[in-house]
Design a protein around this ligand. Structure first.
Ligand code: CO8
Length: 258
């Protein structure tokens, strides 16, 4: 039996880990991988015992982008029917935080995959890039938008127009990477952070994620209104009462996600 191209693991209480497992093809995101990722994220979203998700690849490659061999011959309509937006939506619409643990190459759709996650922890040897122009296309999974928002127009232009790769340290300095770690520690660090998140109130995390994402899409006044409504909603949650009571009573809170 062939091994699945996407694996789901449970590395710590409350944490689900999704591993892209196509190392011979440098974890290229063919249709099977994309569909399996969407399914894995849906399964972990449904699973109430999971409160934070880590998405990772292999030591040498997070993901080398869309599968060039699979898409080389397709036309516009076939490309449209493939609906690659489903993968990105599965991550940004996921009510749970998703941490990308990046070692090795995160190129093209692989860089876009990391950028769609909420937090990026990268190994010191990781390499990022949007090399699509070199094969006659442009980033199509949000790269022109998310990279520009993360590092600014002039640096985004520099990397998207040349297709040059940049190091994890450069990505960190430009604001694309949340945290750097030794390559061997990336997964451990991501799981530890996910575990930290898994102990926090899920509804607060969900509204925090939605509010931060709203800031990328709205004028300030609309974003602030969104945030105001979100905090108001949280005042009817059980976890808000528990969190504040625990603070006042000087004890550890027990958050139940209600
Ligand atoms: N697609 C298909 N196969 C790939 C890909 C890929 N993106 N990347 C690597 N492979 C395959 C190679 O063809 C090779 O296969 P084989 O053994 O059969 O010859 C195998 O993986 C190993 O590759 P290399 O020998 O090249 O491995 P290296 O370790 O020397 O190099 C690199 C690793 C640097 C990652 C190199 O493979 C590379 O540059 N890959 C292509 C990177 C790239 O151009 N990515 C952009 C793709 S286009 C894209 O992502 C558009 C996104 C649009 C939306 C996406 C929706 C999901």
């Amino acid at each position: 039996m062939t091994e699945s191209v996407v694996l789901i693991e449970s590395p710590a209480p409350g944490v689900g880990l999704v591993r892209i497992n196509r190392p011979d093809a440098r974890n290229a995101l063919n249709m099977e991988v994309r569909k399996s990722l969407v399914k894995a994220l849906a399964d972990l979203t449904e699973n109430e015992s999971i409160r934070a998700i880590v998405l990772t690849g292999s030591p040498k490659t997070f993901a080398a982008g869309a599968d060039i061999k699979e898409m080389a011959g397709v036309g516009s309509i076939e490309q449209m029917k493939r609906g690659s937006d489903k993968l990105w939506r599965a991550i940004y619409s996921c009510p749970k935080p998703v941490i990308a643990a990046v070692t090795g190459f995160a190129l093209g759709g692989g860089c876009e995959l990391a950028m769609t996650c909420d937090i990026i922890i990268a190994g010191e040897g990781a390499k990022f890039g949007q090399p699509e122009v070199k094969i006659g296309i442009i980033p199509g999974g949000g790269g022109t938008q998310r990279l520009t928002r993360a590092i600014g127009k002039y640096k985004a232009m520099r990397y998207i127009l040349t297709g040059d790769v940049f190091t994890a340290k450069e990505a960190f300095d430009m604001g694309l990477v949340s945290e750097l770690a030794a390559d061997a520690d990336v997964e451990k660090r991501a799981v530890a952070m996910a575990q930290q998140l898994a102990e926090l109130p899920p509804l607060a995390l969900m509204h925090a994620k939605e509010s931060v994402l709203a800031s990328m899409e709205t004028p300030l006044s609309s974003g602030l209104a969104f945030e105001t409504k979100a905090i108001q909603i949280l005042f009817s949650s059980q976890d808000q009462k528990e969190g504040m009571a625990a603070f006042i009573e000087k004890r550890k809170p027990n958050f139940v996600g209600k």
